[in-house]
Design a protein around this ligand. Structure first.
Ligand SMILES: Cc1ncc(COP(=O)(O)O)c(C=O)c1O
Length: 488
């Protein structure tokens, strides 16, 4: 009996274990977590998010080589609203862009030279401009005050004397005086003629000059207006009498151009004018195709700098060979493309309000202002990529954002659609990260309701520096004529 019981126990034990083993080998119970990096479209070169990742805790990380910055920790340490500048992104993008053009010039046997000029209007912050200069950018200024900044850099010996500065925009006396002063001091400063009124003075200018032409070709861009006012008409440009010092023909079709075809249409048409202008101005040797290269703010498929640079060089080579003229030197002023991805704006969610009957369930009210800090959301309904800074693994809900001013227009709804954000919990702070805020937003920023501008910090070489402290009430009231202690 005893032996029988023992046999039953052994059989049952073996069966049980075997069954377990079979079950295990048939259906491996490996738990696969959601790929949050992919879900939030991070780490992808095509979206310019290759420098961003998600931590195990569901927090947004920025990566500079082996350095890692946890942006939620920065928001907690420095407070919000906060702008985080990532100069290594600027440096990387510019290095790549110059590399593409130079490589394709070599590959196609192009004999002109390539110059990148950074349009200062896109972001005049010192941390941006110094990073660009360090990677070999030349500059493009649009006002006397921008050129004054260049003068200060020059006097501080912050750049070498090979740098060239193009001067666009209407030339006031003050602007022209400064151009001539800097030229006199040995700077390579090239005024670009913006209207016929400027001919008199510029024809006597001792250095090279350029002319901006308002091309008769429309770009697929929000900014390309039916009636343009920039530069000389094609007819006026082609009617210019011979100017020995005319070296550059420039055009700029608009910003955030939607299709690469529009860029190529501009190059082809621009080359047509260039070739005619060269007949009367034999020293003309440079074509400046301006800015306008877009970036994928919405993280959807977009054209690439590599592809476009290849086609531009190929096209210019074929066109000039066909005409039997020298390959023009090429100037590019793509501003937004280089600097937009190098800044992240961070807000904290202050409260939640439900929205009846809308695409989104709730307003998330944040501690900054879209109208003030991200003016394009209001002015041109620009969409930005908005993601949670933390709690990225949490259950999500559909939201709209509202800023902290009293204005009903101070909101961000992703064009009336919705933004996915983690649900709010009483014991957890929720932060919002807005990517690609490095272009234009700082120069356009304002102080509606006297809200403070975000604090600005710079993350580089594994260290954090405070670039701009948070404005206190004193600093803001001064902007409106109130001085210390004078509040009567
Ligand atoms: C003359 C000129 N060049 C370059 C730019 C930069 O354009 P983007 O930032 O779209 O490349 C602008 C923008 O307005 C411009 O007016």
């Amino acid at each position: 009996m005893g032996v029988y019981i023992l046999r039953v126990i052994v059989i049952l034990f073996l069966r049980f274990n075997f069954a377990k083993k079979v079950k295990k080998s048939k259906k491996p119970k490996k738990k696969v977590g959601k790929n949050w990096r992919k879900f939030w479209k991070l780490g992808a070169e095509e979206f310019n998010t290759q420098f961003f990742d998600v931590s195990k805790e569901g927090e947004l990380l920025a990566k500079e080589g082996h350095h890692i910055y946890n942006l939620k920790n920065l928001a907690q340490k420095y407070g919000t609203p906060l702008q985080v500048v990532l100069p290594f992104i600027i440096e990387d993008r510019l290095k790549d862009l110059i590399g593409y053009f130079q490589a394709y010039m070599k590959i196609y046997g192009y004999r002109g030279k390539f110059y990148y000029h950074y349009p200062m209007k896109v972001n005049q912050n010192k941390e941006f401009i110094l990073s660009l200069i360090s990677e070999g950018a030349n500059l493009e200024a649009t006002s006397a005050n921008e050129l004054w900044l260049v003068k200060k850099l020059w006097e501080g010996e912050r750049f070498n004397s090979k740098i060239r500065v193009l001067c666009n925009g209407p030339k006031t006396e003050q602007y022209l005086d400064l151009i001539e002063e800097l030229r006199g001091k040995g700077m390579n400063v090239v005024p670009i003629m913006e209207s016929l009124d400027e001919i008199d003075r510029l024809s006597k200018y001792k250095g090279d000059i350029g002319v901006r032409v308002d091309l008769n070709v429309k770009a697929d861009s929000h900014w390309d207006k039916k009636f343009d006012r920039f530069g000389l008409s094609e007819k006026d440009a082609l009617g210019l009498s011979k100017m020995k010092n005319l070296k550059i023909m420039h055009y700029h079709m608009g910003s955030q151009i939607k299709t690469q075809k529009s860029i190529f249409d501009g190059v082809k048409h621009g080359f047509g004018i260039y070739k005619q202008l060269q007949k009367t101005h034999p020293n003309l040797d440079t074509l400046d195709i301006g800015g306008g290269f877009g970036i994928p703010y919405e993280k959807k498929k977009f054209y690439t700098a590599k592809g476009v640079s290849s086609k531009i060089i190929k096209m210019l080579k074929n066109l000039s060979d066909k005409e039997g003229i020298r390959h023009p030197n090429l100037v590019i002023e793509w501003g937004q493309y280089i600097v937009a991805p190098a800044q992240v704006t961070i807000y904290k969610v202050l409260s939640e309000k439900s929205i009846p009957k809308a695409n989104a369930k709730s307003w998330y009210i944040v501690d900054g202002s879209f109208m003030n800090d991200l003016k394009d959301t209001w002015a041109i309904h620009q969409k930005f990529y908005t993601i949670p800074l933390n709690n990225m693994h949490s259950p999500l809900k559909t939201t709209w954002f509202a800023g902290s001013t009293c204005d009903s227009d101070d909101k961000y709804t992703a064009g009336g659609n919705y933004i996915l954000m983690p649900k709010l919990y009483e014991d957890k702070d929720q932060y919002v990260a807005i990517l690609d805020t490095g272009a234009y937003q700082d120069g356009l920023a304002s102080h509606h309701c006297l809200l403070s501008a975000p604090m600005k910090i710079v993350a580089q070489d594994g260290m954090i520096k405070i670039a701009r402290k948070r404005e206190g009430p004193d600093a803001i009231s001064k902007l409106f004529g109130w001085t210390n202690g004078d509040h009567k």
